[in-house]
Design a binder for this molecule. Sequence first.
Ligand code: ADP
Ligand code: MG
Length: 618
Amino acid sequence: MTIKLLSEDVASRIAAGEVVERPASVVKELVENSLDAGATRVDVETSKGGTALIRVRDNGSGILSHEVELAFKRHATSKLERATDLEHIATLGFRGEALSSVASVSRMTCITHHASEATGTQLRLEGGTVVHRSATGRPPGTELIVEDLFYNVPVRRKFLKTERTERRHIDAFMTRYAIAYPDTAFTVVHDGRRTVNTPGTGDVREVLLSVYGPDLGGSLLEIPAALTLDLEIQIRGFVGPTTIHRANRGYVTLFINGRWIEDLRLSYAIIQAYHTLLPVKRYPIAFVMVEMPPEDVDVNVHPTKAEVRFRDGDSVFRAIQRTVRATVVAQAPTTATWSLDQTGSPTVTGGAQTSPSATDSQTQQNRARLAALRPSQSHIRFPPAKSDPTNLGTPVTGSTTPGDAGAGVPDAIPVQPARAQSDQQLPPLRIVGQVATMFIVAEGPEGLYLIDQHAAHERVLYEQMLSNATTGQVPSQPLLEPQVVSLPADEADRLEEALPALHKLGLETEVFGTNTFLVRAVPAPLKQIAPADLLADVAAAAGESSPIRAELEKIVIQHICKRAAVKAGQVLSTEEMTRLIHDLEATENPRTCPHGRPTVVQISTETLARQFGRDGAA
Ligand code: ADP
Ligand code: MG
């Protein structure tokens, strides 16, 4: 084999592949250039998910006429002069690769006008080669038009996902930049449809309201400036309250010195900050911006600049974790009471402002919740029983107030997921009470049965919803007043795609405007969930599911049942427990929750006797 140098053409297309992976990477590079050029207004337009056209127009500095060709040369940049400049980069770009990379894999037009010159310049390139140049008029600023992306790299074109997916990536990126750069007004229009539109007034809350809608945008908590202890590492941003959570970590966004980065460890610092404050397997929404000395961060790790290295990663981790936790804990409702709002949804009110140290423990939180949740105030409603529930044995009467949460079953006792009486079925059970506001204690033919109330209710709801969906008989509960729900652009897009499947589930929702939906009716078993939460869950589920419809329905049902099921920490009356066990018995798979965890654990009478040293003896 002979070794040959790659031709300039092939080499530049390979290099381009590192920077330009998909339409969203083109948008990212062009928008970053606009921001570096000091633009206060950036308009993005695409057609066919960006594969046919991407147009980015700004009112930034513009490019000097005699430098336009140079800007399209590889490693040509106005942002770095000396190698030492690499140590304190304050601009988003610096590698001088983007324009040349994008140009080499598309047909590109650049129309630019530097404010100091009388006329502007128009340059047209195909596959990186200049094919046309002329003088032109336009207000100061730059417009870059990218057509037929990857027309000369068919492999890459083949690997692109659907137009929808590409649009979503662009929206997800633009939404984040709009929040991080509130002084700049952004618009995004896909095939004539506007998905992002921010005012550029410098007010981050206004941007949040515009991209996330009034519900979510209005409820995010601002990290107070006073929480920054380390003068070198400033943390700003907005984080969700503990009542708002999502099924995956995709809603955690990190900016370091104005640059969106993806860093698993630092994302984990944010997730950690919510430790014990969110249900298991649920993740926060957070938007955290770190400002620190540029010389302490190395952004020159990867061509896309999304990866960074820190001189002292631990202190960044700590600073983020502490500020976020303090923000969330200080504003979390700790002595909440539950009540019903006009729509019949439970709402939490009366959250007290407490100092972080006083609430920084799960036990204290649980106590506060217990105190607040008298049985009379709980609004858990179970679906009507299908037959007479009295065949469950005689429920004990008397107090259902939980005992000390610590007084559980000692570790030494061997427990096992309850064995099947006849295959999967549950034996008749007699309710004894509730432990730790988490488990129902019951007696059955083989001894003691502990039922996880959340897992059991999840199973009941799941099977009801699923059978409703397959028979097409969906009990739908119309809302007294249809509710308007806004979602971020990428979520809205996913939801829109899932709408037909949702109708089958009794969730009557229609598109109401840009990223906005009108909810008319919800599935009856889920009527206590706020419509906004329901739609957010569905959008998240739709993002995870395979394209197969039946799968989508299943995943959506799993997600919403998880939220709808009674939580640990809710006091249940004997009647409610009886109803739950009864409904659980009627399910096809009463012994596991939809995620496969056990719902029932059994301790035999013999094991109990042995623990008391009574084996054999009377
Ligand atoms: P980099 O951003 O790393 O410098 P690029 O290839 O993205 O490299 O851009 C090359 C150069 O072109 C930039 O350094 C800048 O001088 C100029 N440029 C690109 N886009 C714009 C724009 N929108 N407004 C003004 N100048 C621009
Ligand atoms: Mg650049």
